[in-house]
Ligand binder design. Structure first.
Ligand code: PAF
Length: 283
């Protein structure tokens, strides 16, 4: 089994030793409770780097007080087994006090990209993500860092942050991994009871419907959103947070589908908020 490292100092010692051997380093930042989606990120990182660090840290500053910080699922031994099997070299699993010691008062924030989609109902979320991801980049100093396309807005934000702040690494986005029936893999799927799990299929079904409509030529964002919302409304357990169409790079709303567009949604199934999306390249 690979080591689970708790301190910044020890991570740096390991990475320094690897660097002295001339090895490249990949980082997969996660909040743990790893599933096949995370495994795909780790395996990609293992294929592209000599050593891979997986961080497992449920980052308190990206959760609002009414969100699921306390109940977020955790299982470090299962995570360790998955990371070992997938070929990672080390897990970094710090305590909150290691990341945010007494007196911590610095934040990394954006003036754009965070206002639409998830940013509307989670106004502090992306500042928390940017801050912790910056810290992880500074602690590990990776050549490449791997993020899932399921969190499309997060991926766009991290790409922009890395570009804007000249962070010396490559950000690699990896495709959404789905269950056999279509539901996008998420650690939060474990919150769903049997009835909710069945109801949650409305997300992927609606994503596939949206993709089909775009393939068939729909270019009007309002019409696309209306069709997708109407489909979600057929599921009594679903409550829409948003369905929206934005420019995939700037995360700004668009009226007509043109270029790289992100069609994204967040839907509550019971108490669980789930997200899904697709990117379309439109002529
Ligand atoms: O996507 C996640 O799991 C988290 O937002 C991340 C990137 C690990 C930062 O806490």
């Amino acid at each position: 089994m690979i080591p689970v490292i708790k301190t910044v100092r020890e991570v740096r010692e390991h990475v320094r030793a690897w660097r002295n051997e001339g090895l490249s380093v990949g980082l997969v930042p996660t909040m743990g409770f790893l599933h096949e989606g995370h495994r795909s990120l780790i395996e990609r990182a293992v294929a592209e780097n000599d050593r891979v660090v997986v961080s497992v840290f449920v980052n308190p500053i990206q959760f609002a007080p009414n969100e699921d910080l306390e109940s977020y699922p955790r299982d470090i031994e299962a995570d360790r087994a998955l990371c070992t099997d997938a070929g990672a070299a080390m897990i970094f699993n710090p305590e909150p006090a290691e990341m945010y010691p007494q007196g911590f008062c610095t934040a990394v924030d954006m003036n754009g990209l965070k206002f639409e989609l998830c940013g509307k109902s989670r106004p502090i979320h992306f500042s928390g993500v940017c801050t912790v991801v910056t810290k992880l980049f500074n602690i590990v100093g990776p050549d490449r860092a791997y993020f899932g396309q399921k969190d499309a807005q997060q991926l766009a934000i991290i790409r922009r942050m890395v570009r804007d702040l000249n962070m010396p690494l490559e950000v690699v986005g990896c495709p959404i991994v789905r269950e056999e029936d279509g539901l996008a893999k998420s650690s939060r799927n474990t919150y769903l009871n049997e009835q909710e799990r069945a109801a949650a299929l409305i997300l992927s079904k609606t994503i596939f419907l949206g993709q089909k409509l775009v393939d068939e030529g729909e270019r009007d964002a309002k019409k696309l959103i209306a069709a997708m919302e109407a489909n979600i409304a057929t599921e009594p357990l679903a409550r829409i947070d948003y369905v929206d169409v934005v420019d995939a790079e700037n995360i700004e709303r668009i009226d007509r589908l043109e270029g790289e567009v992100l069609v994204a949604m967040a839907v509550h199934i019971g108490k669980t908020r789930l997200i899904d999306n697709f990117i379309a390249s439109v002529e």
